[in-house]
Design a protein around this ligand. Sequence first.
Ligand code: FMN
Length: 196
Amino acid sequence: MNEVLKVIFERRSVRKYKDKPIDNKMIESLLDAGRMAPSAINRQPWKFYILTKKEDIQLFSKEIVKASAKGIFKSGIKTIVKSATSAFHLSHGIDFLKAKDPIFHEAPVVIFVTAPKDNEWASLDVGMCCQNIMLAAKSMGIDSCPVGLGKFVEQTKLFSRLNANKTEQVKIALLLGYGDENPEVKERIKYNSSFI
Ligand SMILES: Cc1cc2nc3c(=O)[nH]c(=O)nc-3n(C[C@H](O)[C@H](O)[C@H](O)COP(=O)(O)O)c2cc1C
Protein backbone atom coordinates (compact mmCIF):
# COMPACT_ATOMS: atom_id res chain seq x y z
CA MET A 1 0.00 0.00 0.00
CA ASN A 2 1.35 3.48 -0.76
CA GLU A 3 1.79 6.01 2.05
CA VAL A 4 -1.42 7.94 1.36
CA LEU A 5 -3.58 4.82 1.34
CA LYS A 6 -1.86 3.59 4.48
CA VAL A 7 -2.74 6.83 6.30
CA ILE A 8 -6.34 6.69 5.02
CA PHE A 9 -6.81 3.15 6.26
CA GLU A 10 -5.04 3.69 9.57
CA ARG A 11 -6.81 6.89 10.70
CA ARG A 12 -9.28 6.35 13.53
CA SER A 13 -11.41 8.64 15.62
CA VAL A 14 -9.44 8.73 18.85
CA ARG A 15 -11.12 9.54 22.16
CA LYS A 16 -8.25 9.16 24.60
CA TYR A 17 -5.21 11.41 24.44
CA LYS A 18 -1.83 11.71 26.13
CA ASP A 19 -1.30 14.79 28.28
CA LYS A 20 1.13 16.19 25.71
CA PRO A 21 0.68 19.49 23.87
CA ILE A 22 1.06 20.00 20.13
CA ASP A 23 3.40 22.70 18.97
CA ASN A 24 1.60 25.74 17.45
CA LYS A 25 3.78 25.50 14.32
CA MET A 26 2.62 21.94 13.85
CA ILE A 27 -1.00 23.03 14.24
CA GLU A 28 -0.44 25.69 11.57
CA SER A 29 1.05 23.08 9.21
CA LEU A 30 -2.04 20.95 9.69
CA LEU A 31 -4.30 23.91 8.96
CA ASP A 32 -2.26 24.56 5.81
CA ALA A 33 -3.07 21.01 4.73
CA GLY A 34 -6.74 21.82 5.41
CA ARG A 35 -6.50 24.96 3.33
CA MET A 36 -5.37 22.87 0.35
CA ALA A 37 -8.78 21.16 0.23
CA PRO A 38 -10.96 21.80 -2.79
CA SER A 39 -13.95 24.10 -2.27
CA ALA A 40 -16.93 25.10 -4.36
CA ILE A 41 -16.06 28.08 -6.59
CA ASN A 42 -12.80 28.12 -4.65
CA ARG A 43 -14.47 30.09 -1.87
CA GLN A 44 -12.37 28.45 0.89
CA PRO A 45 -15.15 29.20 3.38
CA TRP A 46 -13.46 27.74 6.47
CA LYS A 47 -12.26 29.65 9.51
CA PHE A 48 -10.48 28.07 12.43
CA TYR A 49 -10.81 28.94 16.14
CA ILE A 50 -8.21 27.09 18.14
CA LEU A 51 -8.22 26.18 21.83
CA THR A 52 -5.01 24.87 23.37
CA LYS A 53 -5.37 25.83 27.03
CA LYS A 54 -6.51 22.92 29.18
CA GLU A 55 -8.73 25.09 31.41
CA ASP A 56 -10.46 26.61 28.37
CA ILE A 57 -11.07 23.24 26.76
CA GLN A 58 -12.60 21.90 29.98
CA LEU A 59 -14.77 24.98 30.36
CA PHE A 60 -16.05 24.86 26.78
CA SER A 61 -16.71 21.15 27.11
CA LYS A 62 -18.82 21.60 30.23
CA GLU A 63 -20.91 24.33 28.63
CA ILE A 64 -21.37 22.30 25.44
CA VAL A 65 -22.57 19.29 27.45
CA LYS A 66 -25.29 21.51 28.93
CA ALA A 67 -26.19 23.17 25.63
CA SER A 68 -26.30 19.94 23.63
CA ALA A 69 -28.54 18.27 26.23
CA LYS A 70 -30.86 21.29 26.13
CA GLY A 71 -30.86 21.36 22.34
CA ILE A 72 -31.72 17.70 22.09
CA PHE A 73 -34.51 17.86 24.69
CA LYS A 74 -35.99 20.91 22.97
CA SER A 75 -36.22 19.08 19.67
CA GLY A 76 -38.63 16.45 21.00
CA ILE A 77 -38.93 12.84 22.01
CA LYS A 78 -38.05 11.38 18.58
CA THR A 79 -34.76 13.22 18.56
CA ILE A 80 -34.03 12.19 22.13
CA VAL A 81 -34.36 8.54 21.22
CA LYS A 82 -32.26 9.02 18.08
CA SER A 83 -29.69 11.06 19.96
CA ALA A 84 -29.23 8.47 22.63
CA THR A 85 -27.57 6.24 20.09
CA SER A 86 -26.17 8.70 17.58
CA ALA A 87 -25.38 12.24 18.74
CA PHE A 88 -24.27 11.12 22.18
CA HIS A 89 -22.12 8.47 20.55
CA LEU A 90 -22.82 5.93 23.26
CA SER A 91 -22.01 3.32 20.64
CA HIS A 92 -18.36 4.27 21.10
CA GLY A 93 -18.40 3.25 24.70
CA ILE A 94 -18.27 6.84 25.96
CA ASP A 95 -20.69 7.22 28.83
CA PHE A 96 -21.96 10.73 28.28
CA LEU A 97 -23.08 11.18 31.86
CA LYS A 98 -20.05 9.67 33.58
CA ALA A 99 -17.13 10.64 31.33
CA LYS A 100 -14.96 13.51 32.54
CA ASP A 101 -15.02 15.13 29.12
CA PRO A 102 -17.55 13.43 26.82
CA ILE A 103 -17.28 16.19 24.21
CA PHE A 104 -13.56 16.82 23.71
CA HIS A 105 -12.22 13.64 25.33
CA GLU A 106 -9.48 15.66 27.06
CA ALA A 107 -7.72 16.37 23.76
CA PRO A 108 -4.95 19.01 23.97
CA VAL A 109 -6.19 20.86 20.87
CA VAL A 110 -9.75 21.71 19.88
CA ILE A 111 -10.46 23.54 16.64
CA PHE A 112 -13.90 24.96 15.91
CA VAL A 113 -14.38 25.20 12.16
CA THR A 114 -16.87 27.76 10.91
CA ALA A 115 -18.15 28.81 7.51
CA PRO A 116 -20.62 31.42 6.26
CA LYS A 117 -24.27 30.50 6.90
CA ASP A 118 -25.28 31.56 3.39
CA ASN A 119 -22.89 29.24 1.53
CA GLU A 120 -24.84 26.17 0.43
CA TRP A 121 -21.65 24.17 -0.23
CA ALA A 122 -19.90 25.06 3.01
CA SER A 123 -20.56 21.78 4.81
CA LEU A 124 -19.01 19.79 1.99
CA ASP A 125 -16.04 22.16 1.77
CA VAL A 126 -15.45 22.02 5.53
CA GLY A 127 -15.75 18.24 5.47
CA MET A 128 -13.01 18.01 2.85
CA CYS A 129 -10.87 20.51 4.71
CA CYS A 130 -11.20 18.57 7.97
CA GLN A 131 -10.41 15.28 6.31
CA ASN A 132 -7.21 16.83 4.91
CA ILE A 133 -6.29 17.98 8.41
CA MET A 134 -7.00 14.59 9.98
CA LEU A 135 -5.03 12.68 7.35
CA ALA A 136 -2.12 15.12 7.49
CA ALA A 137 -2.19 14.76 11.28
CA LYS A 138 -2.13 10.96 11.06
CA SER A 139 0.84 11.16 8.69
CA MET A 140 2.67 13.18 11.37
CA GLY A 141 1.83 10.80 14.21
CA ILE A 142 -1.04 12.91 15.54
CA ASP A 143 -4.51 11.50 16.12
CA SER A 144 -7.84 13.23 15.72
CA CYS A 145 -11.61 13.08 16.10
CA PRO A 146 -14.29 15.11 14.35
CA VAL A 147 -16.90 16.25 16.90
CA GLY A 148 -20.29 17.26 15.53
CA LEU A 149 -21.52 18.09 19.01
CA GLY A 150 -18.99 20.94 18.95
CA LYS A 151 -21.54 22.99 17.00
CA PHE A 152 -23.49 23.46 20.23
CA VAL A 153 -20.80 25.92 21.28
CA GLU A 154 -22.98 28.50 19.53
CA GLN A 155 -25.56 28.03 22.23
CA THR A 156 -23.19 28.63 25.11
CA LYS A 157 -22.24 31.84 26.85
CA LEU A 158 -18.62 31.16 25.87
CA PHE A 159 -19.30 31.46 22.16
CA SER A 160 -18.62 35.20 22.19
CA ARG A 161 -15.03 34.42 23.23
CA LEU A 162 -14.36 33.08 19.73
CA ASN A 163 -15.17 36.53 18.26
CA ALA A 164 -16.80 34.85 15.29
CA ASN A 165 -18.80 36.97 12.91
CA LYS A 166 -22.63 36.72 13.08
CA THR A 167 -22.62 35.51 9.49
CA GLU A 168 -20.60 32.42 10.43
CA GLN A 169 -21.84 29.06 11.62
CA VAL A 170 -19.88 26.43 13.53
CA LYS A 171 -19.84 23.33 11.36
CA ILE A 172 -17.74 21.01 13.51
CA ALA A 173 -15.01 20.80 16.11
CA LEU A 174 -11.84 18.87 15.42
CA LEU A 175 -9.80 17.26 18.16
CA LEU A 176 -6.07 16.76 17.75
CA GLY A 177 -3.59 15.09 20.04
CA TYR A 178 -1.23 12.22 20.62
CA GLY A 179 -3.50 9.22 20.99
CA ASP A 180 -3.45 7.03 24.06
CA GLU A 181 -5.58 4.27 22.58
CA ASN A 182 -5.63 2.17 19.42
CA PRO A 183 -9.28 1.82 18.44
CA GLU A 184 -10.26 -1.12 16.28
CA VAL A 185 -11.28 -0.29 12.74
CA LYS A 186 -15.06 0.19 12.45
CA GLU A 187 -16.34 -2.17 9.84
CA ARG A 188 -17.38 -0.42 6.61
CA ILE A 189 -20.58 -1.12 4.67
CA LYS A 190 -19.50 -2.70 1.40
CA TYR A 191 -22.62 -3.17 -0.62
CA ASN A 192 -23.52 0.49 -1.11
CA SER A 193 -22.05 1.01 -4.56
CA SER A 194 -23.28 0.15 -7.99
CA PHE A 195 -21.79 0.63 -11.44
CA ILE A 196 -24.46 2.04 -13.74
C1 FMN B 1 -19.71 14.83 10.98
C2 FMN B 1 -19.18 13.94 12.08
C3 FMN B 1 -19.55 14.18 13.40
C4 FMN B 1 -19.03 13.40 14.44
N1 FMN B 1 -19.33 13.72 15.72
C5 FMN B 1 -18.76 13.05 16.73
C6 FMN B 1 -18.98 13.45 18.08
O1 FMN B 1 -19.70 14.42 18.35
N2 FMN B 1 -18.35 12.75 19.05
C7 FMN B 1 -17.52 11.70 18.78
O2 FMN B 1 -16.96 11.12 19.71
N3 FMN B 1 -17.30 11.27 17.50
C8 FMN B 1 -17.89 11.93 16.46
N4 FMN B 1 -17.64 11.56 15.17
C9 FMN B 1 -16.75 10.43 14.86
C10 FMN B 1 -17.50 9.22 14.31
O3 FMN B 1 -18.19 8.60 15.38
C11 FMN B 1 -16.51 8.25 13.66
O4 FMN B 1 -15.93 8.89 12.55
C12 FMN B 1 -17.17 6.95 13.19
O5 FMN B 1 -17.64 6.21 14.28
C13 FMN B 1 -16.20 6.07 12.39
O6 FMN B 1 -15.07 5.77 13.17
P1 FMN B 1 -13.59 6.13 12.65
O7 FMN B 1 -13.53 7.62 12.47
O8 FMN B 1 -12.66 5.65 13.74
O9 FMN B 1 -13.36 5.43 11.36
C14 FMN B 1 -18.16 12.32 14.12
C15 FMN B 1 -17.81 12.08 12.79
C16 FMN B 1 -18.29 12.88 11.79
C17 FMN B 1 -17.85 12.64 10.37
